[in-house]
Design a binder for this molecule. Structure first.
Ligand code: 5RP
Length: 237
């Protein structure tokens, strides 16, 4: 296993060991390449504890993970109060604000984060930053209804200070990426000044008609676990 994979595994295993307790019955499962290690570690807690649990996915990928591990699947409309949700992140700042949506799942991810009593982030060391916008190149993911995407892009370019915002295209540019909700995604890079207190720009973007959700999660996470190259784990809370 390479160093990045190993650091994802370390972060996920440590977070599960510290946060997922036998009394947690409703568990939200995020998306991305770190989350399979979360499901793996929860599976290792054993049949006895897992048979009384329901797992709520944030998208197609996590649904598949839950089903292939033989765990019980649920939906947030049946279980609107989740005990704990664990998810990956594209970047996490020193105040536990994060950017999510690299996999275009951030609407459902935010619903499950907000529905959860405890929301925990897991990531490799590259995601651990002082301010958002340090490492990720493509910007803040914004889910928009298709009808409004050009108008929202225009708003971002001319009013909200993101002149390089672009519509996310599928591989080989066959067409726009379409989310599990049938919407498009815009990636909007912002200057550092907007990322010092990301809540402000998040609220402005959310106010644009046609925006469904913004991949900025401000003040939601209780803790973040980062696996490091040297085999240690950095924990922020
Ligand atoms: C998907 C996400 C992912 O959680 C995020 O992109 C992190 O993914 P990874 O664990 O592969 O680094 O927000 O929408």
């Amino acid at each position: 296993m390479d160093l990045i994979e190993e650091s994802k595994r370390l972060a996920a295993y440590t977070a599960v060991d510290q946060h997922v307790k036998p009394e947690h019955k409703i568990i939200g499962v995020g998306s991305g390449s770190t989350v399979p290690y979360v499901v793996d570690r929860i599976f290792q807690q054993g049949k006895e504890v897992n048979k009384g649990r329901v797992f709520i996915p944030t998208g197609f990928q996590s649904r598949q993970l839950i089903v292939s591990a033989g765990l019980s699947l649920g939906d947030v409309d049946e279980y609107p109060a989740i005990d704990i949700t664990i998810d990956g992140a594209d970047e996490v700042d020193h105040q536990l604000n994060c950017v999510k949506g690299g996999g275009a799942c951030h609407l459902r991810e935010k619903v499950l984060a907000e529905a959860a009593h405890t929301f925990v982030l897991v990531a490799d060391y590259r995601k651990n930053v002082q301010y958002l916008g340090t490492n990720f190149l493509s910007g803040v993911p914004i889910e928009v209804v298709p009808f409004a995407y050009a108008k929202v892009l225009n708003n971002l370019h001319h009013s909200l200070g993101s002149p390089k915002a672009t519509l996310r295209m599928a591989v080989k540019k066959a067409g726009p990426v379409v989310t599990d909700n049938g919407n498009f995604v815009i990636d909007a890079p912002f200057e550092r000044e907007h990322m010092i207190d990301p809540q402000i720009i998040m609220s402005k973007i959310k106010m644009l008609t046609g925006v469904v959700e913004v991949g900025l999660f401000c003040g939601m996470a209780k803790a973040a676990y980062f696996g490091n190259e040297d085999g240690t784990v950095t924990i922020r809370w």
